[in-house]
Write a protein that binds this ligand. Structure first.
Ligand code: SF4
Length: 381
């Protein structure tokens, strides 16, 4: 299986914590950008870059895809279907990210008509205080209204994104967000701890002491509370930051965690094909110029040798709650993880950070290991 990712790098306003490739405003060129996406797909096809692949999932991410103007989504999907090897729509997961402030009936009508069957809504928090901390442009009531519209339009495969461990957030504030989130009836929740990335406004505020982050102890406390409450409501963890009702896991993202192949198109998009990672330029101007001139807009690439691919796949696979399928990794890379890492795995198991299961066929992080996943996984990189 392979995934197709389409990046829409436009936002109403840049959030202070955001390190994604996204540009505030610039909606004046969004139609031109859509033409560039189609042109990029033509170039990819012309150069045989997607030969031999079949795309079983499509993901519109951003940025804010819900800012796409009327007609653009159908035009894009029609063009991409004719240019790239997409499996039949009925067999495919097609996800579309929305932000509450740009969800409207006409958009949802177009999504449904274009065959989009999974909608992910970036609510991030469901208290006014939390939204103000995150610098979001939407309100709690607009997030609820957007969720209601999405459900009313029949999008059953409905996910929401939440950010927690906000400065000053306590259990009762998180609980309020989660209870309101459950009332939106999502079948999938992505819950990310707030992280501070270099180059963001949040980074500057933290450095200048204007924002005080949660301590490690508080983060652990909030994470345990969140995981327990989600499980109690039948939304089970399947990856460090992702939870779903049974059968509602995101197959596009599972492909990433299994280090499957994917093609990313758009400014700042990343592809992983035949062991090489390709990075499209993050500059909007350069992206559009390169594509208009008939060039693949890749400005950086990273070739991984067989051993590096094995190590990366092993680490990525461990992000999933079920852990790494050791036989599958061995047959794909010709290396046995237990032999390769030797006593490192034994030590991790001995101190309770990892668990070997199913007659040594599967290795996963323990609950304790998951809480310090960055440390544990860094040992295997
Ligand atoms: S809406 Fe999302 S992509 Fe856009 S600036 Fe905010 S966090 Fe970044």
């Amino acid at each position: 299986m392979a995934g197709l990712y389409i990046h829409i790098p436009f936002c109403r306003k840049k959030c202070p914590y955001c390190s994604f490739v996204s540009y505030e405003g610039r909606l004046d060129i969004i139609n031109e950008y859509v033409c560039c996406l189609i042109r990029e797909a033509e170039i990819v096809t012309g150069k045989g870059i997607a030969d031999g692949l079949t795309f079983d999932s499509v993901y519109f991410g951003g940025g804010t895809p819900s800012l796409l103007p009327a007609g653009a989504i159908s035009k894009l999907l029609d063009s991409l279907s004719s240019l790239l090897p997409l499996s039949p729509f009925k067999d495919k997961e097609i996800s579309f990210e929305c932000n509450p402030e740009s969800v409207r009936k006409s958009l949802l009508t177009e999504l449904a008509g274009a065959g989009i069957n999974r909608v992910s809504l970036g609510v991030q928090d469901l208290t006014e205080k939390g939204l103000a901390i995150l610098g979001r442009v939407h309100s709690v009531s607009s997030a609820k209204e957007a969720a209601r519209l999405i459900r009313d339009f029949g999008f059953e495969n409905f996910s929401i994104d939440i950010i927690y461990c906000l400065p000053g957030q306590d259990i009762s504030m998180l609980e309020l967000t989660l209870e309101q989130a459950f009332s939106l009836e999502p079948v999938h929740i992505s819950a990310y701890e707030l992280s501070v990335e270099g180059g963001t406004r949040l980074y500057d505020m933290v450095r200048k002491g204007k924002v005080l982050l949660q301590s490690d102890e508080s983060r652990l406390h909030l994470t345990r509370f969140l995981e327990a409450l989600l499980e109690d409501r039948g939304i089970y963890q399947y990856e460090i930051s992702n939870f779903a009702e049974p059968g509602r896991q995101c197959s596009h993202n599972i492909n990433y965690w299994k280090c499957g192949q994917y093609l990313g198109i758009g400014c700042g998009a990343v592809s992983y094909l035949n062991g090489t990672r390709y990075f499209n330029t993050p500059s909007l101007y350069r992206y559009m110029t390169m594509v208009k001139q008939g060039h693949v807009p890749v400005t950086e690439e990273e070739r991984l040798d067989g051993e590096a691919r094995f190590r990366e796949a092993f680490v990525m696979w461990l992000r999933m709650t079920r852990g790494a399928d050791l036989a599958a990794i061995k047959s794909r890379f010709g290396l046995d993880p237990l032999n390769y890492y030797g006593d490192l795995v034994e030590r991790m198991c001995a101190i309770g950070l990892m668990v070997i299961e199913d007659d040594k066929k599967r290795l996963r992080l323990s609950n304790r290991g998951r809480y310090i996943a960055n440390y544990v996984l860094s040992q295997f990189v």
